[in-house]
Design a protein. Structure first.
Length: 172
């Protein structure tokens, strides 16, 4: 498998994230979540080391029609550049964007939505769930789910920082 190849979710893959029907294992769901055409197979292998058979898992997802190739990732200039976490950069950038409407709950919700949108795009099912949260409990439950995904994809420190920034926005 070409390590520079990128995959993207098909409509069936996006539907599986919204309404699970296939009973995918948690790691497979996490993998499906991050396959948005921006990360190469090599980059995914670096960030999601918990998937022992990445190529086999990708082949299975291809056969199920959940993903399709989207092209090749831009060439990296060095091994250090290849290991640089692009998601962490996006998270850092998004964390500096905040709103101040006077409503702590709405500000925290918008803050979380902005960060997840910067990382995974507006069509992510988690962005939708964050935006639809009506109570602080619903928001915090979804933030906890997002934290787990960020821990697997970016880093545990970035995931912790995400959660803490949302909590801080709630307490402003």
């Amino acid at each position: 498998m070409n390590p520079a190849l990128c995959y993207v979710r098909t409509p069936l893959g996006r539907e599986e994230l919204r309404q699970p029907k296939l009973g995918l294992k948690p790691r497979c769901r996490q993998l499906l979540f991050v396959l948005d055409g921006t990360l190469s197979v090599a980059q995914i292998g670096e960030t999601m080391r918990g998937i022992t058979d990445l190529e086999g898992t990708l082949q299975d997802m291809l056969q199920l029609g959940l993903i399709c190739p989207s092209g090749e990732a831009p060439a990296q200039t060095s091994v250090a550049a290849a290991s640089h976490d692009d998601l962490a950069d996006k998270l850092d950038h998004a964390m500096h964007h905040s709103t101040d409407s006077g409503n702590r709950f709405e500000d925290a919700k918008h803050h979380a939505v902005d960060m997840m949108t910067a990382l995974f795009g507006a069509k992510s099912s988690h962005v939708d769930k964050l935006a639809q949260a009506n109570t602080q409990g619903e928001l915090l439950a979804e933030v906890a789910k997002c934290k787990k995904i960020l821990g697997a994809v970016a880093s545990s420190s970035k995931a912790q920082h995400f959660e803490q920034s949302v909590l801080a926005a709630l307490q402003k």
